[in-house]
Design a protein around this ligand. Sequence first.
Ligand SMILES: [Zn+2]
Length: 412
Amino acid sequence: MSVKAYQDFADGNAGAMGSVYDRSGSVLWSPEQPAQRAFYSLLGAPYQMIQNSVVFQYQTDLLGKEAYSAWQGAKSLNGSGSDLFLTLDGNAQKTVSNLLEANGVSGLVAACNASTGALRCLVSTPAAGPDEVVDTLPDGALLNKTLDTITPGSTMKLVTTALLIEQAEENIFTYRYTCHGSDTLAADGKAITCSTKQTEQDITSALGYSCNTFFANAIQTYLSPEETAKTLQRYGFMKEGKYSNLGKLNYETSSILFQDMTFASVWSLIGQVSEVSPLDMLRFTSAVVHSGDAPTLYLVDRQSNRTHDKLLGQFEPEHQNIMAKETADTVKEIWFNSYDTYYDKSSYPDSVTAAKTGTAEQGTCENKKIDKLLLGYSQEKDLVFFIALKNWNIELITPQTVSQVLLEQLAE
Ligand SMILES: [Zn+2]
């Protein structure tokens, strides 16, 4: 259909187009009801303001398959159309988005069911509503940050723990390193610094304290760049091309450039330098907690006719084994133990089983900004979540508070 015909249709016969619902059947978008600001960057509208959005990319489905006739034009679509049901939890999306906006936080919150890969929350702030004047919007308000990449900070160490287990094998359990706060790399003489407790670390305490120098040394001792590149690809972090698919939407592909033992390369596995997709991180973490089986993440659960008595399509959850069960179970055990032993669990929701914090540095020395990150898993809800609060400072809410609100909203 031409853009013109489509616009005629959307303006004149809006009732013929289907609606978009959340998982519980609440309307998130319909021709009569534009998306609210908590959903707008993800759902968009049937014109080209946000191309990488549900309503724009699924407009043919919403209009009804092959219903359009060039002879009859817009009239051919009267009474046609189909409805889409998303996996999203509308209440969680709205509550978390409002929380971030009320606290002046720019950031993202993504969560999925770790078994099925159903995405429950894809919050991005600052948000914008469909009626706002584009020129007056804050930067990035029309781009959903969960579909972009982000510097993962120390949340990356969960991935590096898996790499170490695969390549160092049982040696990693006896490996010890005493942190001195700073360590010079043999390859280029640059120093990796660390602000953790300067004591002897093993893999569990290093993950718990987030010791940079332990990881820098373990990386240099055990990891091969060639093997690591292959493994990261298997984990889903280094796919071909700039974008990956989330149904008919795109999201930016992760890029982790570990090529040698120089500063930027080693840092890329400790959490700076790399650019990681929050969605790739959710998928990887889901595999860690489920025997190495990574679910395909999905947002559109099913398509039905307007009266909901005929199913036109349904996503069948699918999995790919990205690491041996033994590896996944070992990473999981180390992660859960590191959280149990080294984290102040009183600042986390009770339903959190394990978490990994991170801080990512942005900008130059004089103008340094930090992003606060949190990757977590709730076993009782079988949910994996990833939170990033940008340009964070001590006066803003913490990722832990955000996780509390998120998990209160999500039953599973
Ligand atoms: Zn340290």
